[in-house]
Design a protein around this ligand. Sequence first.
Ligand code: SIN
Length: 345
Amino acid sequence: MELTIRRVDDRDPFTLLRLPDFLKRVALIGLAFRRLMSFRRRKPCMLCCVENGIGMNLANVIMNIANQIAKIRPAHPAVGAHVTGVYLGDPVGSDLVQELRDAFARYSVLCFPGQDIDSDDQAAFAALFGHVDRADADTETDDPDRKQSTPGVKYISNIRKNGKLIGSLPDGEMHFHSDGAHREAPYRATTLFAIEVPDCGGETRFANMAAAFEALPNNLQARLDGLSARHVFNYNKTTREEMRRGDEVAHAVHPLVRTHPDTGRKSLYLSRLMTRNIVGMENDEGEDLLTMLLDHCEKPKFVYDHVWRPGDLVIWDNRSVNHARMDFPSDQRRLLRRYTISDVD
Ligand code: SIN
């Protein structure tokens, strides 16, 4: 099913022309101008003739109209959607912001392909959904929460400079998890922008934890609601087996079933990578229950695998989806820029 959102500013004279084909043509011209503008940013003198008066104004009007048409296409029956027709290097109008927030609540994962954005554009986009985390730069620290190559910018990468990783979460497979579950205040959402991707592998997987909860029998749902689980994390470890070794890791306890503040949907809050145990059930019964739930929520019917292309910007809701990373060849570069979003508005 395709949901097409058309936003035309009421004050705009083009509103009077309610012709879809006309709008499509305008959008195409707008896209062409946008490419021109992006080129102009890089090669200003070659296009100085476009710089004056009417040409630029016309370009702006057309671009704004083009920017107000978002096409939202589900990526998977359970989770995720692709959003096209929106360029995030330009300011996003308030109507469109609301459409994107609604789509985010509905699909939990939104992918905007073909973006050409810098870190400030990405942070501005992330700010539409909450408080953007931009820690001070620290290139030398081993603390991945603070490690940054450029002030306020964080990378997920296997690339090494002078033998040292430039980012966090380096190589290979990473089991399902929810960002920040080991903290008292987990991250609300995460944005990732793809700069370099391997030829194969390195897909990010998204599991809809609300759909997984809703698919459980009622008596099990009732049993889980009210339980809590302990979540641990260490940035150097990417699998459950590694993460379970040692107790000296950051951890936090959260309810096993959480209600989403925007949708009211209940979802499971546990993950293969981070959930150490169900509180009060540190025995075989607890481990069996945990294993059964982990296997359940990773079933293909709940999971969308995102195959990255450079220029993809993806945002996901850590309150309703878990994510994982598939293995990729260690001799291939993978570089993504990340901003997390916190619950403090
Ligand atoms: C993450 O877990 O935040 C990164 C996921 C990825 O590298 O695909």
